[in-house]
Design a protein around this ligand. Structure first.
Ligand SMILES: Nc1ncnc2c1ncn2[C@@H]1O[C@H](COP(=O)(O)OP(=O)(O)OP(=O)(O)O)[C@@H](O)[C@H]1O
Length: 275
């Protein structure tokens, strides 16, 4: 049997007096595409950050996180190799985190730094093979033609596609995306989700995405993990996330938030056509 991609056991996190994650357990298998949903403040981003050791669980508690069979953290302590582990996991942020004054191609190449020998990484000396790899990654997100353009001249949607190309350079089995479409217009959001869907389907990479829009999760992910006030509220096939369950999930969030969870994306638009 293959090793699970992500294993979270009894993970709890308290900030000050405020418990943010409470006894979270789940396992994600290789090649799954999972939506992490829940009301604002329910702990989605905090949970995602635990998966690569950017945040540590409660000290001395039983919480544990493993990625690709390797320990990331246990009992609030990071594993010794957690830094290398981080290089082996793709992480996509809502705000893209590109270097605006550098070219698109260089931004993509930056994804390779963690895998390079220290000396070469220090001086940013990329090989022709790495440059080819970066161009191929850009082609996959439909932006090959913009390789030499400065990153700060791109639209938000294009920036997020560059950020995905940068992650592809890490050649990782797991991609974690923290609200990757939250600041995008509907068309760009759809394109970004289509790219992640393809990366998942074609490469078999495990993808976990925090999403505010339930309809987007339904369209693109087979499984949902839902948090409510830091507890695991639902984990299962997204088809089983009924309207009744959703209403209960967002019930204390108020009607306004539930309304904003409806699609910003035109789900009827054809899949695959990048503009
Ligand atoms: N570093 C921190 N220090 C203190 N509190 C924090 C910290 N990070 C997150 N929190 C708190 O933890 C709770 C969960 O935050 P988190 O960002 O994980 O929620 P979320 O579900 O991702 O929310 P949103 O959908 O609005 O992004 C919030 O109450 C937040 O204020």
């Amino acid at each position: 049997m293959s090793i699970p991609s992500i294993v979270v056991e009894r993970l709890s996190k308290t900030f000050g007096q405020h418990p943010v994650l409470r006894d979270i357990d789940f396992t994600i298998h290789a090649g799954e595409m999972v939506a992490l949903i829940g009301p604002s403040g329910s702990g989605k981003s905090t949970l995602l950050r635990h998966l690569i050791g950017l945040t540590r669980g409660d000290r001395g508690a039983a919480g544990r996180v493993r990625l690709q069979g390797r320990e990331v953290q246990a009992g609030g302590r990071l594993a010794r190799a957690s830094r290398q582990q981080r290089c082996r996991t793709g992480y996509i942020f809502q705000q893209f985190n590109l270097v605006g004054r550098l070219s698109v191609l260089t931004n993509v190449l930056i994804g390779r730094l963690g895998c390079m020998p220290r000396g070469r990484a220090l001086f940013g000396r990329f090989t022709p093979e790495e440059r080819d790899m970066a161009r191929r990654a850009l082609a996959r997100v439909g932006l090959e033609a913009l390789a030499d353009q400065r990153a700060n001249t791109l639209s938000g949607g294009q920036m997020q596609r560059v950020a995905i190309a940068r992650v592809l350079m890490q050649d990782t089995d797991v991609i974690l995306a923290d609200e990757p479409i939250a600041s995008l217009d509907p068309r760009s959001a759809r394109e970004v989700m289509q790219i992640l869907e393809r990366v998942n389907a074609e490469d078999g990479r495990t993808v976990v995405i925090t999403l505010h829009q339930v309809e987007v999760a339904r369209r693109f992910c087979k499984r949902a993990i839902a948090l409510k006030a830091g507890r695991l509220y639902f984990d299962g096939p997204i088809g089983e996330l009924t309207d009744g369950r959703l209403t209960a999930l967002y019930e204390n969030a108020g009607l306004d938030e539930l309304k904003t969870r409806t699609p910003p994306v035109d789900l009827a638009a054809p899949v695959g056509a990048l503009g």
